[in-house]
Design a protein around this ligand. Structure first.
Ligand SMILES: [Zn+2]
Ligand SMILES: [Zn+2]
Length: 101
């Protein structure tokens, strides 16, 4: 089943509040999922190298902010544009108050 997410606007000022370095959203994703960072962007058909932890919302639950490893191209897609993810991508919660540890 296709899995779509949408970029969230206005998240560039959000900084990861985790107590360990690196305090980046990619580091946050690694810590939160316990997985190794994917080499390639998790957007379907994208072969670009992972560059940023992007703030997205899931089609299924629009209340929750999620982090996914994207390239800059996909991080910059407009929030109106659905982005299909590769199979079996793990999303990490991206709430600074709930998910940063
Ligand atoms: Zn990409
Ligand atoms: Zn964090």
């Amino acid at each position: 089943m296709p899995h779509f997410v949408y970029n969230l606007d206005g998240t560039s000022s959000r900084k990861c509040q985790c107590s360990v370095t690196p305090k980046t959203w990619l580091g946050h994703w690694e810590r939160g999922t316990g997985l190794a960072l994917p080499v390639k962007c998790v957007a379907k058909y994208c072969g670009n190298v992972t560059e940023v932890g992007a703030h997205v919302r899931d089609d299924d639950d629009k209340r929750i902010v999620w982090i996914v490893p994207f390239c800059q191209y996909h991080n910059k897609r407009p929030s109106s544009e659905p982005i299909e993810l590769k199979d079996a991508v793990t999303l990490c919660g991206g709430s600074m108050t709930i998910d940063c540890a």
